[in-house]
Ligand binder design. Structure first.
Ligand code: CP
Length: 339
């Protein structure tokens, strides 16, 4: 039987590789990408978002056939984890989810987990506590691609979706101004890296004790392009005045629950309210990586209001994580040819 007219051709590896810029073996930090690769990732994510309606007829629907992503999560997740699961499914690949107690616990050294997974899968997305745990994975393997799905220090997958959302809602990233109000945490760090590389001006407003360290600001300024300005202040109004986007995150991140009472006291005055939003540009958007605590870091009427783009950010987690996977795996042999 001649099936050539009915069988959909598998997207060839070369075809994917030809029009997808290359990312390196690791994405532990936004700083692992060159500015050009970061820009290319956002362009690709936009294309994947438009093509998603094509479903199985999308040009990338089989792009990662034969590839498996291992999801190793030490902490809860909705957007990052499910985003990666759907991304792999829509790119024709597979996902494996070993229980965190087995993969990230005390049963065996992380290096042994990494060397085992390397024989089976192309890429691991890991959410854990200290950033150094990701480095153990990287140092133990030579082929395994490793993505930071959030550590105490950085959240680089979130920053991709944030920048795509600014681009969509503010018409561009370069030359716009974003005000981040709250904790100088992992989300703030990755956002700072991406903003500087893309030419997005950033004003951070945090209580002194919770500000981003100077070395983080210095590292971001070293990769700044297109005249991007980075300032850190303590007054939220000073940060927000005239901004195109206002960003809030939780005051108590995962793992800091014991410090919650102290943090709530320290962050009084840093809630994003309607009054604070009124200091921004008239068409400024409100951003939050979610999950959000209404009445704590943001008032419910701001989060639910017409200027809120938080679910655009959530949606864009999928498109940007798809782009990242394609850029990291586009030129890698399928897992069964990989050993
Ligand atoms: N913003 C974010 O990382 O969401 P999850 O914790 O649900 O993955």
């Amino acid at each position: 039987m001649d099936t050539t007219s009915t069988t959909k051709p598998v997207q060839s590896e070369n075809a994917v590789a030809a029009d997808v810029a290359r990312a390196g073996r690791t994405y532990l930090s936004v700083l692992d990408l060159s500015p050009e690769t970061l820009e290319a990732c956002l362009v690709l994510a936009g294309r994947l978002k438009r093509e998603r309606r094509l479903g199985p007829d999308a040009p990338t629907a089989r792009a990662l056939a034969g590839r498996t992503l291992a999801l190793l999560f030490d902490k809860p997740s909705l957007r990052t984890r499910t985003g990666f699961e759907i991304a792999m499914q829509e790119l024709g690949g597979h996902v494996s989810c070993p229980p965190s107690a087995d993969a990230l616990g005390t049963r065996e050294p992380l290096a042994d987990v990494a060397r085992t997974l390397e024989r089976w899968v192309s890429v691991a997305a890991i959410r854990t506590f200290e950033h150094t745990r990701l480095r153990e994975f990287v140092e133990a393997t030579t082929r395994l691609r490793i993505v930071n799905a959030l550590t105490n220090e950085e959240h680089p997958c979130q920053a991709l979706a944030d920048c795509l959302t600014v681009q969509e809602r503010c018409g561009a990233v370069r030359g716009r101004t974003l005000a981040y109000v709250g904790d100088g945490n992992n989300v703030a760090t990755s956002l700072t890296h991406a903003a500087m590389m893309l030419g997005l001006n950033l004003r951070l407003a945090s209580p002194e004790k919770f500000a981003l360290p100077e070395e983080t600001l210095d590292a971001a300024r070293r990769v700044a392009r297109h005249g991007a300005q980075l300032v850190q202040v303590h007054d939220p109004v000073e940060a927000v005045r005239g901004a195109d986007a206002v960003y809030a995150d939780v005051w108590t991140s995962m793992g800091q629950e014991a410090d919650q009472t102290h943090r709530r006291a320290a962050f009084q005055g840093y809630r994003v309210t309607s009054a604070l939003m009124a200091e921004a540009n008239d068409d400024a958007v409100f951003m939050h990586c979610l999950p959000a605590h209404r009445g704590e870091e943001v008032d419910a009427n701001v989060l639910e209001g017409p200027r809120s783009v938080v679910f655009d950010q959530a949606e864009n987690r999928l498109h940007t994580q798809k782009a990242l996977l394609l850029m990291m795996l586009g030129g890698v042999e399928p897992d069964h040819d990989n050993v």
